[in-house]
Write a protein that binds this ligand. Structure first.
Ligand code: PMV
Length: 291
């Protein structure tokens, strides 16, 4: 029995360490951003919905409809506080919310493994060959350590520190950035090795509460990513500003060539001050996340 309205939600994510290297089997650490959310609503319609293969939301809706073998006499809308194409997982979050809304509308149970599979499928069709990290983190309740093809484990820590997320205002280009690294071939290897090692060090810092060590590693990772050619002048500039204002570490996050940077500080008031300063220096938007 169909419902009058189906509702699905998802939170977004951020990659603390390991973007790009994760595509090549190195570990990554990512964090769910529970305060940045997407909601999708599905309702009946007299008109048959047409699929748009270029739109991740439409692809996700049809991935769910195809799985349920249902006809597309529906309409949908979405409300998202996840900025699009800024490396905060908007396409994975949108896919998860949409699939949940379709299953809710048709009153069908949806297990987490099935949701993971369908959301990953939607991401593949809409995008490229994602590592699976985005979907996993948008489904996770706490930080995760993720290795492509091997799965993930939850990381539990309380660092009593804060991340300031700052949006460069420039659209990220994950697909292009991943291709750029791929085209570097063997010459990317040294940097990828470095990024992999930095992720493992960051994990150790998180678990033993070494805030300074984590910060240092983040800044080194930014340099490694920049050397791979996946940063952008706006992100480099905000990273520099954040360090000048006393951040313990700062780096781009996500696919890059735009998108967001993250900076580590010790206290909430330092985070609020840094967020204000970065907005004065051109950040389009900022968010604060406790670590
Ligand atoms: O730009 P985002 O948030 O989708 O992150 C992409 C992360 C990469 O490691 C660059 C690619 C991937 O599939 O993991």
């Amino acid at each position: 029995m169909k419902k009058k309205i189906g509702i699905g939600k998802s939170h977004s994510k951020l990659i603390l360490m390991g973007e790009h290297a994760v595509v090549y089997g190195y570990p990554a650490i990512a964090i769910p951003l529970k305060s940045i959310e997407v909601t999708c609503w599905v309702e009946a319609s007299d008109h048959l919905l047409i699929k748009n293969a270029q739109d991740p939301l439409s692809v996700a809706i049809f991935t769910a409809l195809d799985h349920l073998k249902q006809e597309a006499y529906i309409t949908y809308r979405v409300n998202s506080t996840v900025p699009e194409r800024r490396g905060l997982g908007s396409s994975a979050a949108v896919a998860i919310a949409a699939i949940r809304a379709v299953f809710d509308y048709f009153n069908c149970p949806l297990s987490e493994p099935l949701l993971d599979k369908l959301a990953s499928k939607a991401e593949e069709v809409a995008h490229y060959n994602p590592s699976g990290l985005d979907v996993k983190t948008c489904l996770a309740d706490s930080a995760i350590h993720f290795v492509r093809g091997q799965g993930f484990s939850n990381l539990h820590f309380d660092l009593n520190a804060y991340l300031v997320i700052a949006d460069t205002g420039v659209h990220g280009h994950t697909k292009e950035a991943v291709e750029k690294v791929k085209n570097l071939g063997q010459s990317a290897r040294e940097n990828l090795d470095l990024l992999g090692a930095l992720t493992l060090k960051a994990e150790a810092s998180l678990l033993k509460g070494d805030v300074l060590g984590l910060g240092r590693g983040m800044t080194q990772a930014h340099q490694g990513l920049s050397d791979l050619g996946v940063s952008c002048p706006e992100a480099d500039n905000l990273v520099r500003q954040a360090l000048e204002y006393g951040a313990l570490g700062s780096k781009m996050t996500g696919g890059g060539l735009g998108g967001c940077i993250i900076s580590l500080v010790k206290t909430e008031s330092e985070a609020e001050n840094l967020a204000k300063k970065l907005e004065e220096k051109g950040a389009r938007n900022t968010w604060i996340q406790r670590l």
